[in-house]
Design a protein around this ligand. Structure first.
Ligand code: BG6
Length: 485
């Protein structure tokens, strides 16, 4: 990559990294936490380890925060586990869970690190799913409201940046991967009722945050994958727009404007879909004014037109990390995704496309004029220690440097961007490939086999932390506010 110049980052820019409770904490049966639906989902990804131990952050959090401070972090984005805070349907607050997060937040604040907290990152308590019906039931809205209220009341004195729900768009667009479509008989239609209920939870949380957290700001966390048209054939452009609507734009419009777009309303009508909107819902959505967009952006996609008689095909993700296994979806009459010959791919067939982050920032700023922060971006790889016990991840440094460069260009383009929190600080559990798919600046010295065996013995491995080359590189970069890279 040729860098024409070095972009400048604003004073106070939040440099950090990101994680999610179920992927980093472990201790799923400790400290009063109850079982989550995602715990069961993670057990279906064998031979990869499930989330019982993950990076064992629950026991290593002080060491982890000390490493963040050493690296020079000014922010850290993480999530709270709903089943750790409200473990059962009696709604009682688990004080041990609150104490854990209080200790983590205090440690961050003491080290000058701004906590950026996600309320929901996929770990629905099993009691919500089994006793209330999960996202399929409107009863979940009141349960989520109670949970959000507890979080704002207990942590809002120190946490000012809140994120509502992680990647609602991806949870709906790719419903089976994280188990959201479980138990649905007509996912094609059910997804919109589920989506509506999640929207009401999001809106409730936004309003509650503004009511309960002095100076609190809150935003959604869409997973953004810009869609390029495969060619300049006009129908490929429409295909790219369709793909963008069905995977991202429908959600972003709803968050920003507090109402459903004409595009989605028309789609529901044409397909005989009833999203289950009840009196009062639209007023609630309209009243919820977000303060910013938090954005997860790793890659781009490319689309071409798929005629109405094309053969439908679902998205088949690469589930092993052996290149070439991913199969792109075909949505007849709307779009199909295809390989992009202009970019390289990771071992999981994700496009390596740093320019996509500049595109996403420009796109979001132009459409919504709300401050933006990156809450995920990163490079998943198979990784091992060398003979001296070191981890050399030059590919990650290259990837992050180019992404940060493009982010800087987006700032120069006029976008208001307030922080960069890539995925992830330590290695942690991936959504489907255990700890084999690593993203961290800090290596967690264990493997899926070791985690599985330790779990069978009822033990926890040491999970020693080893700073990768990217840790030292990132540290220099953030301590110089992006000047030394
Ligand atoms: C994001 C999710 O979409 O991607 C994270 O918010 C996830 O939870 C991350 O871990 C990376 O995906 P994966 O499948 O490589 O873990």
């Amino acid at each position: 990559m040729h860098y024409s110049h070095q972009p400048k980052f604003p004073e106070g820019f939040m440099w950090g990294a990101s994680s999610a409770a179920w992927q980093v904490e472990g201790a799923t049966e400790e400290g009063g936490r109850s079982i989550s639906a995602i715990d069961l989902n993670s057990k279906t990804k064998k031979p990869f380890a499930d989330n019982s131990i993950a990076a064992d952050h629950y026991h290593h959090f002080k060491e982890d925060v000390a490493l963040m401070a050493e690296c020079g972090f000014t922010s850290y984005r993480f999530s709270l586990a709903w089943p750790r805070i409200i473990p059962a349907s009696d709604g009682k607050v688990n004080e041990e869970g609150v104490a854990f997060y209080n200790a983590l937040i205090d440690e961050l604040v003491a080290n000058g690190i701004e906590p950026i907290v996600t309320l929901y990152h996929y770990d629905m308590p099993l009691w919500v799913e089994e006793e209330l019906g999960g996202w399929k039931s409107r009863k979940t809205i009141a349960a989520f409201e109670q949970y959000a209220r507890v979080c704002f009341e207990r942590f809002g004195d120190r946490v000012k940046y809140w994120l509502s729900i992680n990647e609602q768009n991806m949870q709906i667009a790719y419903g089976d991967w994280l188990g959201v479509s479980k138990g649905c008989h007509d996912w094609f239609r059910d997804q919109w009722r589920i989506n509506h209920i999640i929207n009401l939870c999001h809106a409730t949380a936004v309003n509650l945050c503004h009511e309960l957290v002095p100076g609190g700001k809150i935003g959604p966390v869409p997973g953004m994958v810009p869609i390029y048209p495969e060619t300049c054939r006009p129908m490929d452009q429409i295909a790219a727009m369709n793909a963008e609507e069905f995977t991202e734009k429908i959600w972003n419009d709803t968050y920003a404007y507090g109402e459903y777009s004409d595009f989605v309303k028309r789609y529901w009508k044409n397909n005989d879909i009833d999203p289950g909107i009840e009196p009062g819902d639209e007023q609630l959505m309209k009243s919820a004014k977000i303060d910013f967009f938090a954005i997860n952006c790793y890659r781009s996609n490319t689309a071409k037109w798929a005629p109405a008689d094309a053969k439908e095909h679902p998205y088949e993700l690469n589930k092993t990390g052996n290149k070439g296994e991913l199969v792109f979806p075909v949505v007849p009459g709307a779009y199909q995704l295809v390989y992009n010959p202009y970019v390289e791919y990771t071992d999981w067939d994700w496009e390596i496309d740093p320019i996509s982050i500049r595109y996403v920032m420009r796109y979001m700023w132009d459409h919504y004029r709300l401050p933006l922060m990156i809450t995920e971006n990163g490079f998943g790889a198979h990784e091992h220690k060398d003979s001296e016990g070191k981890v050399h991840d030059q590919y990650r440094i290259d990837f992050l440097r180019e992404n940060i460069y493009q982010l800087g260009l987006a700032i120069e383009d006029g976008c208001e961007i307030i922080g960069y929190n890539p995925w992830s600080f330590t290695d942690l559990l991936s959504t489907g490939n255990g700890i084999e798919k690593r993203y961290g600046f800090v290596y967690v010295d264990t493997t899926d086999d070791e985690l599985n065996e330790a779990q069978d013995r009822g033990e926890i491995p040491a999970c020693r932390r080893i700073k990768k080359d990217s840790f030292y590189w990132y540290s220099k970069l953030i301590k110089s506010n992006g000047a030394e890279w």
